[in-house]
Design a protein. Sequence first.
Length: 218
Amino acid sequence: MNKKGFIFDLDGVIVDTAKYHYLAWKNLANNLGFEFTEEQNELFKGVSRIASLKLLLEIGGKTISQEEFDQLLISKNDEYLEYIEQMDESEILPDVPRVLQYLKQQGMPIALGSASKNATPILEKVKLISYFDTIVDGNGVTKAKPDPEVFLLGASQLDMAADQCVVFEDSIAGIQAANKANMISIGIGDPEVLHEADYVFANFTDISIQFLNNIIAG
Ligand code: B16
Ligand code: MG
């Protein structure tokens, strides 16, 4: 039987937490006295919390002490946690359960590959955690996307060769990470933004069973 390992990013692929990250970073930027646009936010997707704050300070042209840096990381996450506390199944992005169910029925191993340190509580809140054979998140990796570490670890935990794995990603950094890992990269979002992906779909509703079968057989 043909078998592929499927690795799902979390934020922006399974749930739309990207909007909450954006809101928290935007409020932080505004408090520091500068603007932060949705376009700039594209570069933050899939990027770790620490790297995101460094980027934000560069955008604002701010230099701060290590102590203040650590404090801002905490306050950004505290605001983000308030948003995700309210989450339930209604925040799952369209047709994600259909695809997870189909892959599970076909006996495909499934991993989460996320930069977030909040991945497990989010999957529990939206009640999707049982689909995942393994979870690789920001607590288990040292190198952030576009480094392929998160996906390579996912593949090895699924006991699959990297080139037999398929990654669903909404971020430029994540697509680059999947490509570096020699995996099939499937972008979820805007084809212009995610032009480095092997395939791009606006959302999971556009992903047919036929397409999944071809990927599994390929
Ligand atoms: P946290 P993903 C990433 O998750 C987000 O896209 C990115 O915006 C965020 O900064 C990063 O997680 C860290 O998240 O602050 O919760 O640890 O897209 O890789 O699932
Ligand atoms: Mg993402």
